[in-house]
Every structure is written in structure tokens, then in C-alpha cells.
Design a protein. Structure first.
Ligand code: PMP
Length: 378
């Protein structure tokens, strides 16, 4: 069925692909001709076994995960992960230490949460103005150089955010960092907003996590990809439900998992697989983001200050040079069906989140609107 939909530029929950919505509309009444709604399916049933196995195996194959890694479906969202990670990881080495790179809003939040569990330190950050190629770059618009990133002796892990959803800073040279750090530390990556949007080097990490509501379904489930040898080291204060060991042993069914959310994740992953997988998404996300950045850069009416080497392909914050026009811009955009374009409350301005499910037509519609708006108000 063709769906009449607005273009949803929300940072999450964000657009789901049309075929996924169509499938949900069938399965919500009768899943797989069983006479049972997918919303009623019991997590210990053979039906859920099918749903779960499908989601897991699509994810494994899309990410080309080696058998060294397991996939855990957990709850608590990205922010829950900020506590789950230290509780499971900081005690690996006796010193109870972890290191962080701060690159924007989400990594700062992760760091603050981790501080509750041990000796946690910021070893590199971009929270100040820096000069690159004779230009001054504002805080949170660039990423620290790999050479400056060294972990402390005895640190259990180094955590960073590979795509700052709010600030629009994306960092993907994971192995560059992995090669640089102390061998007793592993990498932990918050890939909430760019997992599945491009090829990422998961094999050089210890843990990667992502809340699902951006590129992998709806809110309610968080994906953890964990190197198996790191499991079983949780602090004694870690609630059983957040201990990787329990979730691993019980195949993400230690308690009632978010059945519906895992089902939607499975549908999204299947859609990804049927539509060319990560390679195709990477190509399309590059194309969409280049169109938008090229347009923004072609005029002084719109501004994006992120250093070109770390501009996010999926979250593009921008400002109007005349900030007073921001509310009018948003109102008129909504009248045309361009929704959720307001920047995060911490940053202001505007933001276009153009994840996997946003078609190029949506990006073109936005650019055409931006051009018209500038003609009128510029
Ligand atoms: N990390 C990143 C990079 C995010 O974008 C978000 C959510 N926007 C979070 C963590 C927090 O996720 P949640 O709202 O699911 O707790």
C-alpha cells in the first residue's frame, strides 16, 4: 500500500521504511497466519523464537560479525547503556578505570554516568576552540587527532561516540584509535545513530551499542555487540537484568524482552538486507548528505560549522545566519510536510536527521524548500 507520509527529519524515533509499516499493519492483527497478533506473542513461544532468530541472524550477517562477538538485545535505551557498560566493563582490570573521548552531548552524558562506577577520566576532547588549517573551529565541531588519544595505564576501556546525534560530528576511524591505545584497554563505541548506516570496523572493538529508534527499528530495545571474552566481569552491584552474562546465557530472554520492538528491528534488518545491505545504505547516505552539505556550503544564508572530515552523514545540524528567522523556517517547513527540523534544545538552530529510511526525495524536498525560503527572506 502506498502510504501518505510526511518527511520526518526527527533524530529518533525516526522514519521507518514504508514496507516495514505495511508489514506491521498486517502482523498486528494476525502474525504469520497464526491468528495471533504480533503484540500478543509470548517471549517463550516458538513464534518469538522465529522472530528473535531472524533479527539476530540478519544483524549478524549485515554487520559481518565474527563468531567472537555476541548480540544482546537489552532495555534501557542509549542512556541505560551508559550505566550498563561501566557496570559490566570497568572491573575488567583491577584498577576500576575507564577513559573517555568527549566529542559532544552524548559522549559527555556517557562520561558523567560512568563516573559513578570508578576512576573515569577524559583523555581527549573537543570542548574548546581549535585552529585547523588556519581556521578556528568551535567546540564540538571537530574531533581530536588519533595521536592525541592515549589510554591510562590499567584502564579497562576507552569509550567514545561514533556519531554525535545532536552536534553532527561523526568519527569512523575506529581502528586508528584501537591501534593507538594501551593493549589492556578495549574500545567501547556508542554507535546509536550510525550503526547500519555505513561500514564500521566492529572487529576492533570490545563493545558497540546502539538504541534502535534511529536505524534499527523503534524505541524499547538496545542492541549490544559484545566480544564474548569480555562477558562475566560485571561489578557485584550490577543488577542481574543488566549483567551481560545473564542476557547472553538466556538469549536475551532473562526476563520478558521488548517483543514488539525486537520484531520491528527484525523487519527493518530484513528490509536493509533486501535493499542492498550496508554497502547500498552507505552509498545512499553519502549521496544524500553531500547534496545537503553542498547546498548549505553554497550560501552564507545557512551555516554548518563542522570540520569537513567529521561531518555526520546522518545528522546535519545547521543554522540560519539570521537566527530570528528560525521559528518561521520551522513553521513553513511543517506546512509543507517537512517535520521535526528543529535543532536539539541544547544547541538550537535546525537539524535534518536523514537516516537509512529517509529517501533522497525527502532530502531534495528539504533543499528545494531551503532554496525558496532563502529567495524570499534572504
Ligand atoms: N547516544 C546517542 C548517540 C543518541 O543519539 C541517543 C539518543 N538520541 C542516546 C545515546 C540516548 O538514547 P535513549 O534516548 O534511547 O536513552
Amino acid at each position: 500500500m502506498d502510504l501518505a507520509r510526511f518527511w520526518n527529519f526527527s533524530a529518533g524515533p525516526s522514519m521507518l521504511p514504508d514496507p516495514v509499516l505495511n508489514q506491521i499493519s498486517i502482523d498486528i492483527l494476525d502474525w504469520n497466519s497464526t491468528g495471533i497478533s504480533v503484540a500478543d506473542i509470548n517471549h517463550r513461544s516458538k513464534h518469538f523464537e522465529i522472530i528473535y532468530n531472524e533479527a539476530e541472524s540478519y544483524l549478524r550477517s549485515l554487520l559481518e560479525l565474527s563468531s567472537d562477538y555476541c548480540i544482546l538485545f537489552m532495555q534501557g535505551g542509549g542512556q541505560g547503556a551508559n550505566a550498563i557498560v561501566p557496570m559490566n566493563m570497568i572491573g575488567r582490570n583491577r584498577a576500576n578505570k575507564a577513559d573517555f573521548i568527549i566529542s559532544g552531548y552524548w559522549s559527555s552524558k556517557s562520561y558523567l554516568e560512568a563516573c559513578r562506577y570508578g576512576d573515569v577520566s577524559v583523555i581527549a576532547d573537543n570542548s574548546y576552540i581549535t585552529k585547523i588549517d588556519d581556521h578556528d573551529y568551535d567546540p564540538y565541531t571537530w574531533f581530536p587527532a588519533n595521536e592525541s588519544i592515549k589510554t591510562r595505564y590499567g584502564s579497562s576501556y576507552l569509550q567514545f561516540c561514533s556519531n554525535e546525534t545532536i552536534n553532527g560530528v561523526e568519527f569512523v576511524d575506529w581502528s586508528g584509535i584501537a591501534n593507538n591505545i594501551n593493549s589492556d584497554a578495549v574500545l567501547v563505541v556508542d554507535a546509536s545513530s550510525n550503526l547500519l548506516t555505513r561500514k564500521l570496523d566492529i572487529n576492533c572493538t570490545g563493545v558497540v551499542f546502539a538504541c534502535a529508534q534511529k536505524n534499527a527499528g523503534i524505541s524499547g530495545v538496545t542492541i549490544f555487540i559484545v566480544r564474548k571474552d569480555l562477558i562475566g566481569k560485571a561489578l557485584h552491584i550490577c543488577p542481574s537484568i543488566f549483567d551481560y552474562m545473564n542476557i547472553f546465557n538466556e538469549h536475551s530472554r532473562y526476563n520478558t524482552p521488548p517483543v514488539f520492538a525486537i520484531y520491528v528491528t527484525g523487519l527493518v534488518l530484513k528490509w536493509l538486507k533486501m535493499n542492498g545491505g550496508i554497502k547500498r545504505m552507505e552509498y545512499s547516505n553519502l549521496e544524500k548528505s553531500q547534496l545537503l552539505y553542498n547546498f548549505i556550503d553554497s550560501t552564507s544564508f545557512y551555516i554548518n560549522k563542522i570540520h569537513s572530515s567529521v561531518r555526520s552523514r546522518v545528522n546535519i545540524p545547521f543554522f540560519l545566519s539570521n537566527n530570528l528567522l528560525t521559528d518561521i523556517f520551522i513553521e513553513k517547513a511543517e506546512n509543507l510536510g517537512l517535520m521535526n527540523i528543529r535543532g536539539h534544545r541544547s544547541l538550537g538552530g535546525l537539524r535534518a536527521s536523514i537516516y537509512n529510511a529517509m529517501p533522497i526525495d525527502g532530502v531534495m524536498a528539504l533543499i528545494n524548500y531551503m532554496r525558496d525560503f532563502e529567495c524570499y527572506y534572504g
